[in-house]
Design a protein around this ligand. Structure first.
Ligand SMILES: [Zn+2]
Length: 95
């Protein structure tokens, strides 16, 4: 009896702890999403810098940068997006 009660209590505690962890993880994801930069990744785009057709990236949103409603989004290949990313960092756009 005591053994099964202990097991039940352990299950309840495990569920509570589990729920609490999920709660904190959710909060963490939510708060970090609000701060973190958003990148859009798309396959088979033509890079606006070198013209190569590859998987492309573009920075959509950062702390002081917003291209969410860009009518002509510019995608860049991995190499060019890295260069662009460095350039934006130099301009003080944190991402
Ligand atoms: Zn490129």
């Amino acid at each position: 009896m005591l053994g099964s009660l202990g097991a039940l209590a352990a299950t309840i505690i495990a569920n509570l702890v589990g729920g609490l962890i999920f709660f904190w993880v959710d909060r963490f994801i939510f708060t970090s999403e609000a701060l973190a930069a958003q990148w859009e990744v798309r396959d088979d785009i033509r890079c606006v810098d070198c013209g190569r057709v590859a998987r492309g990236y573009r920075l959509v949103r950062a702390k002081n940068y917003d291209r969410t409603s860009d009518p002509a989004p510019e995608f860049r290949c991995e190499a060019c997006s890295k260069k662009k990313s460095d350039e934006l960092k130099k301009r003080g756009i944190d991402h």
